[in-house]
Design a protein around this ligand. Structure first.
Ligand code: GAR
Length: 345
């Protein structure tokens, strides 16, 4: 079979597998008789209107693009034949999936789910790639700095996609920063996660600036259809309608054992300096729900570390950071479990 040049019928090419696109490479079963007869009549193998994968049926809502994988004929004639015909489809339930039909060889006429584009759908939703159990919740993660806590979340979300029965699964739909150029944004971009800025306006008093950042975060979270928010080293104090709309759905990580060493001005190295000056023998991190106060919401859990003789703010911060990376993932999972219990999404 030679390439009849039919790709022009579908000018948009599906994305190459790249950041945000999860390779699946598993068989799918097109529903018999559900092929698009309009395209078949033009000699293109039709796109199934419905197909099943892992026991769930997906209905194709739109064809977003197509491409062909060509191979040279063995005869040496220079002709090339179609080996695989790829279609990127959008399903009724919002997944963006690339499927292909093998057109030659031992698997001729079989169909495969090649990939799921999670960057376009933000995070895996009901039934798309979830396997059994509740679907992952969609998180918006808020950052201001280096983003090691964000990285822990990114890595855990990637693990979740590879495993099926993780309790409290989540995907990251969006990363929001309150400043330009922080390294956390680079981490998100490298992982193929959409990013956005919620910058404080210049020349206004601090409460108004905080409100503006909060309102922008709310608009972005709604747009990303975020189920919940995680503050992973986010240094703007949030206020206003965001707190009500996402009540009990925002967690923050704080690098000390709240209620000690919390509140305004207590962030980063300031916290560790205060702990060292206090002479306390232990510190740690706290994961808590966010309310309209500063570091005052319900404490979900804490992880403790000893304060050692000779500790500096940096050495203490490093010890706490290691605990934070497990704690923040646990915080995100706890949000997912709570939302699943409430059936509230
Ligand atoms: C973390 O230690 C976090 O607890 C702290 O900022 C650091 C961010 O590190 N947050 C606060 O101080 C909030 N009051 P990271 O950017 O490497 O995740």
């Amino acid at each position: 079979m030679t390439d009849g040049g039919t790709a022009a019928e579908f000018p948009r090419r599906p994305a190459e597998a790249g950041a945000g696109e999860r390779l699946v490479s598993e068989p799918i079963v097109p529903e018999a008789g559900s092929f698009d007869s309009a395209t078949m009549s033009r000699g293109i193998p039709g796109v199934p209107a419905r197909f099943s994968w892992r026991g769930k049926t997906y209905t194709v809502a739109a064809l977003a693009g197509t491409r062909k994988n060509l191979r040279p004929c063995r005869s040496g004639s220079g002709e090339r034949y179609v080996h695989k015909h790829f279609y990127t489809v959008e399903t009724e339930t919002g997944e963006v999936m690339t499927i292909y039909r093998t057109r030659s060889g031992s698997k001729k006429d079989s169909w495969t789910l090649y990939s799921i584009d999670e960057s376009r759908q933000g995070a895996t939703r009901e039934g798309s790639a979830s396997g059994p159990g509740p679907a992952p919740i969609r998180l918006a993660v808020l950052v201001s700095g280096n983003g090691t806590n964000l990285q822990a979340l990114i890595d855990a979300a990637a693990d979740d996609r590879a495993r099926e029965n993780v309790d409290g699964r989540f995907g990251i739909a969006l990363v929001i920063a309150d400043r330009e150029g922080c390294f956390a944004l680079e981490r998100a971009q490298k992982a193929g996660i959409p990013t956005a800025l919620a910058l404080p306006p210049k020349g206004v008093a601090r409460p108004e600036a905080r409100m503006a950042v909060s309102d922008r975060v709310l608009a972005l979270a709604r747009e990303a259809r975020a189920d919940a928010l995680v503050l992973a080293g986010f240094l703007t104090i949030l206020s206003g309608p965001l707190i009500d709309e996402y009540a009990n759905r925002i967690v923050n990580i704080h690098p000390a054992l709240l209620p000690k060493f919390g509140g305004k001005g207590m962030w980063g190295h300031h916290v560790h300096e205060a702990v060292l000056s206090s002479g306390d023998g232990e510190s740690g991190c706290t994961v808590h729900l966010v309310d309209s106060g500063c570091d005052t919401g319900t404490i979900l859990f804490q992880r403790k570390v000893p304060v050692l003789p000779g500790d500096t703010p940096d050495s203490l911060a490093e010890r706490i950071h290691r605990e934070e990376h497990a704690a923040i993932v646990e915080g995100a999972r706890e949000l997912a479990r709570r939302l699943a219990r409430e059936g509230d999404r």
